[in-house]
Write a protein that binds this ligand. Structure first.
Ligand SMILES: Cc1ncc(C[n+]2csc(CCOP(=O)(O)OP(=O)(O)O)c2C)c(N)n1
Ligand SMILES: [Mg+2]
Length: 284
């Protein structure tokens, strides 16, 4: 029987009241509730406050470069597609620095779960505007307010053909646990954009700000399999913000289409140095 204790990692260094705590707890609970053992999991992160999450877990972990969690996660999944691969990072990490990887992982439909701690700010570097900061948001780098439009990760993911697109809220842990379980069970790239208050550097999008606005799609008659309706839902942001599964569909994963993985994963295949020699000979 797996317990939360099995996943306990290092001592946290997040600010008291940070939304990251709930995301960490939700992830551990989602794994435990599915009876997944720590050796069956890899958590990869980028750089940022969110990127510290794997430090606080005991399982296979990897702390990659800023915005480079997704390529590492893809590599690991291709090498061992029996592994539950979860990439985590911040909004700056995933939608700014690593935006290109985010887009291409969706196009490929690699079977990984991607959890974005979306606090609408660069937390670790002490409060600059991020790709999801709302227009007009005043920060140290935008003293007159953010000029550009925010990225809409949900709409972007749907438009690129993502097969599982969802939004959670750090203040709704039970709901987030269920979302994470669904995302992990989904075959293909699964995005969970988690609204996460940064209590130190984002004094606009606070716990209260989100709490007043979020509502659960599960409490409505919303159908997440209609792509056009999902796109419309993705544009909803302001007085009301939907959380839950916004879109889901099925198509073959990247790994399923790689002939080298048809029989078994790379880690289970024999290494044949002679084959490499032949390859090198062919190149000369
Ligand atoms: C290539 C590179 N560029 C910039 C930085 C500096 N840097 C570290 S974390 C960070 C922003 C983190 O913001 P986010 O991804 O939203 O995570 P948060 O801290 O808010 O959880 C930046 C710009 C870096 N480490 N590497
Ligand atoms: Mg951030």
């Amino acid at each position: 029987m797996v317990t939360i204790k099995d996943y306990e990692g290092g001592v946290t260094a997040w600010c008291p009241g940070c939304g990251n705590f709930s995301i960490l707890l939700a992830l551990k609970r989602a794994l435990v509730e599915q009876n997944i053992e720590p050796y069956q999991v890899l958590v990869v992160s980028g750089i940022g406050q969110a990127g510290k999450l794997p430090h606080y877990m005991k399982c296979n972990t990897l702390n990659a470069l800023h915005g480079r969690d997704i390529p590492e996660a893809i590599g690991a999944k291709i090498a061992n597609h029996e592994l539950n691969v979860i990439a985590v990072g911040g909004d700056g990490d995933g939608y700014g620095e690593g935006g290109n990887h985010f887009m291409h992982a969706i196009l490929k439909n690699v079977d990984i779960t991607y959890v974005v701690h979306d606090n609408q700010i660069y937390g670790l570097t002490k409060g600059q505007a991020s790709p999801t900061s709302d227009k007009g948001f005043v920060t140290k780098t935008t003293p007159e307010g953010v000029i550009s439009l925010p990225i809409n990760p949900i709409a972007l993911a749907i438009s690129l053909g993502a097969t599982f697109v969802s939004r959670g809220f750090a203040g709704e842990v039970d709901h987030l646990v269920e979302l994470m379980k669904k995302a992990m069970q989904h075959k293909g790239f699964a995005l969970i954009d988690v609204l996460q208050p940064c209590v130190t550097f984002n004094r606009l999008n606070t716990w209260e700000w989100y709490r007043k606005r979020v509502y659960k799609l599960e409490d409505t008659d919303y159908n997440p399999t209609n792509r056009l309706a999902a796109f419309q839902k993705a544009l909803e942001w302001g007085d009301k913000i939907p959380i839950g599964v916004i879109y889901r569909s099925d198509r073959l994963t990247f790994e399923e289409q790689l002939s080298a993985l048809k029989e078994k994963s790379l880690v289970k295949q024999k290494i044949d140095p002679m084959a490499c020699e032949k390859l090198l000979d062919d190149l000369i």
